[in-house]
Design a protein. Structure first.
Length: 666
């Protein structure tokens, strides 16, 4: 007998889809999009369609493993949970006694986005007073830029874009990374609206755009300010909105915008003067323009200040107040849940070191400060996803580093573990999900029992806490008890929340607070005097400043058939993704005597990476595109992160994956 139950896609994706899962009680038969979910509306991406093949993939880790060969070579023997937990507790206690509590470092990111399983490690490492991980690998610069101007104001509703007459897809490959937003784009276009894509190369989402503008990497802030210059000159700004709802417009108009003439912005962005004027006029004259911005424009040395410049666009034309208009980077639903009863920052015994995961390579190899001696990895694959892969692998190879990896599969990171612990998929655990790209929340219960001996992130932390002799109450409560506790804290976002529907497993909509700006001044803070740069300005990227740097700007873009490094277990997706490929323009290939299909080496001061070359006129001269985070077990010795640096953004200490230069040779 088969039965169906609702669940949620846990991956780090703005869509956070509702799922309908069919099982026989022990194994999963099919996974489909929930037709009754208000955002999923019954469709899924190619990765989670067929997710039963991930759940039951032959590579699933089913028991704890203990290393019994050289580091990094994948030699392991099976162990029981009791043995593995005792071994970890003994080693951690001995290392803490010898080196101090900060020698322990957790590195966790977003293997699952559920509030419990994503944050499970927090109470334990707070309680231990370990070093903490600044999980700054994705868009903290964008979040910082938003927060500096908009405070805790939620982003616009993606559904509104369906009623827009001009949707700007700005540095987002929605076809791969935010597929449900394309429904809004299609609806807007069906109703006579237009979509414009602004990117550094002609990527797949171009098929859904009326016009495509190719800009120089990291020049979005300059483009936004240049458009504002034109909007002012042509009297297309909403002065009533600006004087009522913002602070600092006058200074921006007086001190910053005069310098961003179309001529100068053309030089900075690579667009023509006519294109800049056209964009500004279309934006200024639109009834209700909607901007959907991706993460990429913020993954540069100027990422936060560029984000502020972008947010000035809807502000200048008052798009926020127009039905169908707005700006969406993140919906900001984190504000709807206070999870401190679970993460317990109050348990920290005192000050502790915070390690930025973008600088993991540095942290593992540095000799200054308390040396990292014990690494706990869960929900992440840092050997593949962190910048400066050579530094990360050098650190992970240290014989004196005791590494524990909690994983579903033998990832590039798990290969370097001393102890591997088996993790379940989301269909085997309970959780509470919110989304950063829409406003629905779902509470899930296990659909099938955990496979093999796998234990959820929270059960794993409970197991380790017990082995360490920790008796705090937080460790004794189940995931469901913690979820109940989180939901018992009231929030203005949940005033008319349908709790019964939530308990029945349905997606329930949050009500974002609207009608006021949640900033210290109560207005949109174009000028923010708390910052070193009170006004948005044009700032160069890291690579702009390397005058004599290598000639090609490297773009590390997400792939349709991968979620960062996840989904290597699915051979059919791997076949569609293909080999690790670098795309170059015909001009750059010809200048180097290179042809499509050839094996090439990309290099910079950080390392060398082998690719198969694809020559294509979708890529402009001076740019190189490497799509997807490939595994170094698939015949590659390094992936593209062998070429990305540990440099951080201007604010938010974010990653700068897109801000690197390379050259290529045969
Ligand atoms: N299929 C799939 N879906 C995913 C992911 C995945 O790996 N695969 N990853 C998930 C995660 S963690 C995230 S954060 C999101 C990311 O999803 P996106 O926000 O779509 O991805 P980005 O990396 O930001 O890149 C988006 C586009 O921006 C372009 N770009 C790069 N630099 C610039 C620039 O300076 N200006 C402009 N205008 N464009 C630029 C890139 O070429 C790329 O086409 O997607 C999530 N969803
Ligand atoms: N070159 C390049 N590098 C990138 C990116 C890029 O586009 N290009 N994207 C960057 C971005 S935006 C981000 S957000 C980061 C993402 O970095 P990560 O969050 O590390 O992303 P994933 O590669 O998906 O790795 C997540 C791992 O968690 C595991 N996992 C899944 N569920 C569970 C669970 O319940 N428990 C445990 N213990 N493990 C689980 C999965 O098997 C997977 O190996 O990567 C960044 N790195
Ligand atoms: Mo991300």
């Amino acid at each position: 007998m088969f039965r169906t139950q609702r669940s949620t896609c846990p991956f780090d994706c703005p869509d956070a889809c509702g799922l309908v899962v069919e099982t026989d009680g022990l194994s999963v038969r099919s996974v489909r999009g929930d037709p009754e979910h208000g955002y999923t509306r019954g469709t899924l991406c190619p990765k989670v369609n067929g997710f039963e093949r991930t759940v039951h993939a032959p590579g699933r880790l089913l028991t704890p493993l203990v290393r019994n060969g050289p580091k990094g070579q994948g030699a392991f023997r099976r162990a029981s949970w009791d043995e593995a937990a005792a071994l970890i507790a003994d080693r951690w206690q001995a290392l803490i006694a010898a080196h101090g509590r900060e020698c322990v470092l957790p590195v966790t990111y977003a293997g699952t986005m559920g509030l419990i399983q994503r944050n499970a490690q927090e109470p334990l490492f707070h309680r231990l007073g370990a070093s903490l991980c600044d999980r700054a690998i994705c868009t903290p610069a964008q979040n910082a830029g938003w927060e500096q101007m908009m405070g805790e104001t939620p982003g616009s509703d993606p559904d509104d874009a369906a009623q827009s007459d001009l949707v700007l897809l700005w540095g987002i490959n929605a076809l791969a990374t935010n597929i449900h937003f394309l429904s809004q784009v299609k609806a807007a276009r069906r109703a006579g609206g237009r979509a414009i894509l602004i990117d550094t190369h002609r990527q797949a989402t171009a098929a859904h755009a009326d016009r495509v503008f190719i800009v120089r990497p990291g020049s979005d802030g300059a483009l936004a300010l240049g458009m504002l210059h034109v909007l002012v000159r042509e009297n297309l700004v909403d002065r009533a909105f600006l004087s009522r709802e913002t602070v600092g417009w006058a200074e921006l108009e007086r001190e910053v915008l005069p310098g961003l003439t179309p001529d100068r912005v053309a030089r900075l962005t690579g667009l023509s003067v006519e294109d800049i004027k056209w964009l500004a006029r279309e934006y200024g004259k639109a009834r209700a323009p909607f901007i959907r911005v991706g993460g990429a424009p913020s993954r540069y040395g100027n990422g936060a200040i560029s984000t502020r410049a972008l947010i000035c666009l809807p502000t200048a034309v008052g798009a926020w107040a127009k039905k169908g208009g707005g700006f969406l980077a993140s919906t900001g639903t984190g504000a709807a849940f206070d999870i401190r009863s679970f993460t317990r920052p109050d348990l920290l015994p005192g000050r502790t070191r915070v390690v930025n995961m973008n600088r993991l390579g540095h942290a593992l190899n540095a000799l200054d400060g308390p040396r990292v001696m014990a690494l706990f990895v869960a929900n992440s694959n840092p050997a593949a996803v962190c910048p400066d892969q050579n530094a990360v692998l050098e650190g992970l190879s240290r014989e004196d580093l005791f590494t524990v990896v909690h994983e579903r599969f033998m990832t590039d990171t798990a290969l370097y573990a001393d102890v591997v612990l088996p993790a379940p998929t989301m269909l085997e655990t309970a959780d509470l999900y919110r989304s950063y790209g829409q406003f629905f929340v779902q509470r899930t219960r296990p659909v099938i029992p955990p496979l093999g001996e796998s234990r959820s992130n929270w059960e794993t932390i409970q197991t380790l806490a017990r082995a360490l002799g920790l008796t705090d109450e937080v460790f004794s409560l189940s995931a469901d008890e913690h979820i109940d506790q989180i939901l018992s804290v009231p929030s203005p976002w949940r005033e008319d929340f349908d709790r019964d529907a939530l308990e029945a497993g349905r997606a329930v909509r949050l009500t974002p607070p609207r009608g006021r700006w949640l900033t210290p001044s109560g207005k949109i803070e174009i000028r923010n005097d708390r910052l070193e740069e009170p006004l948005p300005r044009h700032k160069p990227t890291h690579t702009d400043l390397e005058e004599h740097g290598l000639p090609l700007r490297l773009q590390t873009t997400p792939a349709l058939y991968r979620l960062n490094s996840s989904f290597t277990e699915r051979a059919e997706l791997g076949a569609k993704l293909g080999a690790q490929t670098l795309r170059l323009s015909p001009a750059d290939a010809a200048a180097r005597g290179l042809a499509s299909g050839q094996r090439v080496t990309a290099f910079n001061a950080l390392g060398e990476v082998a690719f198969v070359l694809e020559v294509t006129d979708t890529v402009p001269a001076g740019v190189a595109i490497a799509e997807g985070v490939h595994s170094i077990q698939a015949g590659n010795t390094r992936n593209v992160n062998g070429l990305t640096s540990q440099r951080l953004t201007d604010s938010g200490a974010g990653s700068t994956f897109y801000d690197n230069r390379i050259d290529v040779r045969a």
